[in-house]
Design a protein around this ligand. Structure first.
Ligand SMILES: Nc1nc2c(ncn2[C@@H]2O[C@H](COP(=O)(O)OP(=O)(O)OP(=O)(O)O)[C@@H](O)[C@H]2O)c(=O)[nH]1
Length: 322
């Protein structure tokens, strides 16, 4: 007769296996909780999408914070993904995902999203194709998305500070000449006309001396507004020195630019300033010159400067073509 006393019975074996599996399930649950806590504690959204089937198969917990939307809704309907993309960026968002499939990876995509509460935020994500990422072995597009709204705002503020004259809000000297060089090269290569203008406020020192520096600043601001108002969208305008401004009129010969300069002259003559019940106006002198064969940007600047000084010499408040 066989002795089975040291061998576990079938029922005991099943019970042991069940306990073991329960332990495994518990450990898996703990691990899942840990991963979920870790993913939830960083403000980065991991996502995975079956682009061909138009289905989001995974988003990490941070989705809810960053998008302000429900992950369950997103997984249930691809429309929720479409709703979350800022309409102007939809084409880019879709095209860039197609590129991920074609190229295997895209290092950086930047686009805007709309949170459920209507707030618009900037996202940047890195995407790549996980060849057999899906449960059924289908390729998935996987991404790591970060909210870069504050970084974007800082970048644009830095750009503004680097390119704009703080007092008047028009282009500063450095940015003006950077842009001028580009417009100059374009005019050269397309053989299109281009006119350069220099503008100097007349007797500005007297304004400062009579009414104070603050009023002088206000004059600078109002003259700059006139320039920004009169010039066309494609023209370039900037403050290049204390009371000196400059403009570039791409595609304009001297006569066309002269018409704009005359309008500007009239707009500035209309300005009125009142200090302690005293009212005064300002005038400007302008020098204009057009691109000629063999010119470089410095030649234009020198000729416009000479023309402007002739305008000063001729009694100010006038425009001279150089
Ligand atoms: N308020 C103010 N004044 C400035 C600024 N930058 C330069 N200035 C002043 O601009 C004045 C320029 O004087 P000048 O170069 O003698 O020129 P002007 O008095 O306009 O004489 P003309 O050019 O011959 O008409 C100086 O008094 C500078 O101090 C600024 O940002 N704000």
């Amino acid at each position: 007769m066989e002795d089975n006393s040291s061998q576990p019975s079938e029922i005991e074996q099943l019970t042991l296996a069940l306990l073991h599996s329960r332990g495994e399930v518990e450990r898996l649950r703990e691990r899942e909780q840990l991963v979920s806590n870790l993913l939830g504690s960083i403000n980065v959204v991991f996502w995975a999408m079956d682009w061909e089937q138009q289905k989001v198969v995974y988003v990490s917990p941070a989705y809810e914070t960053v998008f302000g939307r429900s992950p369950a809704l997103l997984m249930a309907s691809f429309d929720e993904w479409r709703n979350s993309i800022y309409p102007d960026d939809m084409e880019f968002a879709a095209q860039s995902l197609t590129s991920v499939i074609e190229l295997g990876a895209v290092e950086q995509r930047e686009y805007r999203i709309i949170r459920a509460d209507g707030e618009i935020r900037w996202l940047s994500d890195k995407c790549f194709v996980s060849p057999r990422g899906g449960a059924d072995g289908t390729p998935l597009v996987v991404g790591i998305a970060e909210d870069i709204t504050e970084k974007k705002a800082l970048q644009s503020e830095l750009h503004r500070l680097a390119t704009i004259d703080v007092l008047t809000g028009v282009n500063n000297r450095r940015h003006f000449f950077d842009q001028a060089a580009t417009l100059f090269d374009e005019a050269r290569s397309s053989a299109r006309p281009l006119t350069f203008m220099l503008l100097d406020i007349d007797d500005f020192k007297k304004i400062n001396d009579s009414y104070g520096h603050q009023i002088g600043d206000r004059v600078l601001q109002r003259v700059a507004h006139c320039g920004a108002y009169v010039l066309r969208r494609d023209d370039l305008f900037g403050r290049i020195g204390g009371e000196e401004f400059a403009a570039i009129f791409p595609g304009c010969d001297a006569q066309q630019a002269l018409q704009v300069a005359e309008r500007l002259q009239r707009e500035v003559q209309r300005l009125q300033f009142t200090v302690d019940e005293q009212t005064f106006g300002v005038t400007i002198s302008q020098g204009l010159t057009s691109l000629a064969p063999g010119d470089d940007l410095d030649d234009l600047y020198i000729r416009a400067d000479e023309a402007m000084y002739r305008a000063k010499h001729n009694g100010k408040n006038c425009i001279v073509l150089g």
